[in-house]
Design a binder for this molecule. Structure first.
Ligand SMILES: Cc1cc2nc3c(=O)[nH]c(=O)nc-3n(C[C@H](O)[C@H](O)[C@H](O)COP(=O)(O)OP(=O)(O)OC[C@H]3O[C@@H](n4cnc5c(N)ncnc54)[C@H](O)[C@@H]3O)c2cc1C
Length: 515
């Protein structure tokens, strides 16, 4: 029997649709199988510089010019004003103490602002996923991907010739699809995990966490509230960012879209989640707000415009992420936490890798081996990310330690972005610089130090040691105490770090001008 399609993709979130677009440009026949209908709500909204650069590079590599506009805020707004998103100039953090209003400390020790772009034009974005995912699905189908929505898959079986047979039903009719390769893009605990009986594992040393979130209207901007007032001009408007309200047992995200809607939610340790009884939804949200007066004031006039979603367990890790003629996108293989917006770039890295495999090895004898390697890298990156974020949870009660440790993320992210922009991508190929061995080992060692209960180390010395550990990748002027936790984008910092790319300062300046 001949297969109906080269590639069957389960799930049409942005990940499934983007992979379908790439596969179509490679010349494969593709079907997207979706159990819901678009537009539909999805969480996972805040992008990052690396995510947008990956989109730009996928658009260039696979000749997808219509995709490229999504990679920077200005171009997006001109090209697709009807696709809803939000401006993200950086990462904003405020540390709150239960029962007390927030007030910026004179030395700004209880906040951190890291700019991700020098202006609105080139800025990152938050994606209103119902809108962005629908847009990408239309792009995928315009490129010739077949699409079946409202399709409930029941089983998959691989025949002796390696072809997968997927069976399910759609609107009372049975559906049968035969494909050479199946990719699960359905998110955590998905179809292939269940069908292949892959047990769920945990991340070693990671605290159990829960989440509660919704979309809201009427959320005040913190930069218009006296609680968050600062005496100097910040590196970017503080709310045109992923705003993080950090507290001892977790954190909250606030992401604004340009249609008046704001996404907000909390991720907390089980201890606090159980105390707040997050499972109860809105009443738990109100209990949470009542602990933190300045967050409550920000949400005083706000109204949830959809039901609350409670996630009893935020993390997920499958035991395998790929095998013979099947693979999971990183988002189906594992998830850690929304902190630092790692989900979208990890998914895009997976699409980039799968794209290369499809281009170079689809139909070849080496396909299985390359998929196996892809699966191992996917899970190793998830573990590395989980080690980092787990340590951030341990650091939350001592915010100075969190700001110091967060420099591992900001150094790795800015170095990775710049290395790719400067055509030096081979210098760092894994997420969070997991392949820069000394850097990655330090990330783990400092993380272990943070996990020691009651660690009373001097935070200034801790920050100084971290500055030394990240120095090899620090091309963004990070870890500078004189900046008092406000980091603007300055391309001269990249030029000053030119040797870290094996370039001279003038070569970096020249390359940056050409971009
Ligand atoms: C609370 C929370 C907040 C997050 N915030 C961020 C963030 O700010 N930034 C960030 O980078 N990442 C974030 N993430 C991660 C982000 O959500 C994921 O990386 C992203 O959604 C992955 O996109 P996707 O298209 O691969 O999958 P999804 O968005 O999960 O889409 C999966 C699609 O598959 C469909 N589907 C599922 N199962 C089946 C099936 N059996 N058959 C057919 N169809 C199926 C679903 O209906 C859906 O349309 C967050 C995650 C969580 C849990």
């Amino acid at each position: 029997m001949k297969p109906d399609f080269d590639l069957a993709i389960i799930g049409s979130g942005f990940g499934g649709s983007l992979l379908a677009m790439v596969a179509r440009r490679i010349g494969l026949s593709v079907i997207l199988l979706e159990r819901a209908t678009h537009p539909r709500f999805a969480i996972g909204e805040s992008t990052s510089p690396l995510a947008n650069l990956l989109i730009e590079q996928l658009a260039e590599r696979y000749d997808l010019p219509r995709l490229k506009a999504l990679a920077s805020w200005g171009e997006w707004q001109r090209a697709y004003p009807e696709v809803i998103g939000g401006l993200k100039r950086g990462f904003t953090y405020f540390k709150h103490e239960a029962g007390k209003p927030y007030r910026a400390a004179a030395d700004r020790a209880n906040q951190l602002l890291v700019a991700a772009s020098p202006n609105d034009e080139t800025a990152d974005s938050h994606w209103l996923r119902s809108s962005v995912d629908q847009f990408l699905l239309k792009e995928a189908t315009a490129l010739g991907a077949e699409y079946l929505d409202q399709t409930w898959l029941h089983s998959v079986e691989w025949r002796a010739d390696g072809i997968a047979e997927l069976k399910g039903e759609r609107l009372g009719e049975s559906v049968r699809v035969a494909a050479r390769l199946v990719v699960d893009a359905g998110g955590p605990r998905g179809f292939l995990s269940r069908q292949l009986n892959l047990p769920e594992t945990t991340f070693v040393g990671y605290p159990p966490t829960q989440s509660l979130f919704s979309h809201f209207a009427g959320v005040r901007r913190s930069d218009e509230m006296p609680d968050y007032a600062v005496s100097d001009a910040p590196p970017y408007p503080m709310d045109d960012a992923a705003v993080h309200h950090v507290f001892d047992d977790g954190w909250m995200w606030v992401l604004r879209f340009n249609n008046g809607v704001t996404s907000a939610g909390v991720a907390t340790t089980d201890e606090l989640a159980n105390e707040l009884r997050l499972a109860e939804g809105e009443p738990a949200w109100r209990r949470f707000l009542s602990r933190f007066p300045s967050i409550a004031a920000q949400f005083a006039g706000a109204e949830a415009i959809r039901e609350f979603t409670w996630q009893p367990r935020v993390t997920y890790r499958a035991t395998e992420a790929a095998g013979r003629n099947w693979a999971m996108l990183p988002s189906a293989a594992a998830f850690v936490d929304p902190l630092f917006s790692t989900g979208i770039p990890l998914t895009l890295l997976g699409i980039e890798r799968l794209g290369r495999i499809l281009l170079e090895s689809f139909g070849g004898n080496e396909l299985s081996e390359r998929l196996h390697e892809y699966g191992a890298v996917t899970l190793a990156e998830a573990d590395h990310t989980a080690h980092f974020i787990g340590a951030c949870y341990a650091a939350f009660p001592r915010f100075e330690n969190f700001t110091a440790y967060s420099m591992f993320y900001f150094a790795a992210a800015s170095y990775s972005e710049m290395a790719r922009r400067l055509d030096r991508g081979h210098l760092v190929t894994r997420f969070l610089a997991a392949d820069r061995l000394a850097f990655a080992a330090s990330l783990r060692e400092f993380g272990n130090e943070l996990r020691v209960p009651g660690d009373g180390a001097d935070p200034t010395a801790f920050a100084r040691r971290i500055a030394a550990a990240v120095d090899g990748l620090n091309v963004a002027g990070l870890c500078n105490p004189q900046k008092r936790n406000w980091y603007a984008v300055d391309l001269e910092d990249v030029a000053a770090g030119a040797a870290k790319f094996g370039l001279t300062a003038s070569e970096v300046r020249e390359a940056m001008c050409a971009i």
